[in-house]
Design a protein. Structure first.
Length: 153
């Protein structure tokens, strides 16, 4: 079993209307230099994004999001940024921006396996919890939800 290592991570966010500062978490970037690991996984929930911005250009947003794992992988396909070291690429990806694709501040963690940490972060920070997904199936958009509690109108 490998010994634990430290890693840095940031949450990738889609901010469809920057001036409103509302966002949907859409992915995670994990950097573990001691293991030579820099990877991002993107999982955009279009339905959640449409709730914030019905007119969002999903194709354009997906193009921008898809660049993130490419930059993490490095190499010529990632352009000039792909030639930087993994740490420099991570720092570039998590630099503050006022665009529709942003990241959280970088956080640190400890793990025996950065790939497992990436999956756990996706589960915790990006993916819709199963109970919320089940509720979305039961009450599709546009259908009224009635509350039994009189305090909820």
């Amino acid at each position: 079993m490998p010994s634990p290592c430290t890693y840095d991570y940031a949450i990738v966010r889609v901010v469809p209307n920057v001036e409103r500062e509302e966002f949907v978490n859409a992915g995670v970037i994990v950097c573990c230099l001691s293991r030579g690991f820099l990877k991002a996984r993107i999982e955009l929930d279009e339905a959640r994004l449409r709730l914030l911005s019905p007119d969002a250009d999903i194709a354009l947003i997906r193009t921008a999001l898809n660049a993130i794992p490419t930059i993490c992988a490095g190499g010529k396909q990632a352009g000039a940024i792909g030639q930087l070291s993994p740490r420099q690429r991570f720092d570039w990806l998590v630099a503050p921006r006022s665009t529709s694709i942003q990241t959280s501040v970088a956080h640190a963690g400890r793990t025996e396996d950065p790939e497992v940490a990436l999956e756990r972060l996706l589960d915790r920070m990006v993916r819709v919890p199963s109970s919320a997904a089940d509720a979305r199936k039961k009450f599709p958009s546009g259908q009224e939800i009635k509350f039994l509690d009189p305090n909820h109108g």
